[in-house]
Design a protein around this ligand. Sequence first.
Ligand SMILES: [Zn+2]
Length: 91
Amino acid sequence: MTPKQKRAKKAQLISDYGLRCWWCDYCLPEEKLTLDHLKPKSRGGSNSLENLRLACFPCNNSRGNSLYPPKRLFTLNQSLINAVRGKCTNS
Ligand SMILES: [Zn+2]
């Protein structure tokens, strides 16, 4: 994907899902959200919107080439999540 294509996909995903990580539900500013492949590219996943979700860097990074949600998801501090969620304005 070119940077321009990435920006366009990101904008579409933000309008579909809001400024939040698909995995941990943290609300993040646009520049801190990454494009994550549900099915990793290394496993044949495409760059189509159906295969892309927004993820924070730690979630994206901890998934690596996995087909499964990041392990981090299950160890996050719930009260911290709630504190951050409170700042969501576009949910
Ligand atoms: Zn996350």
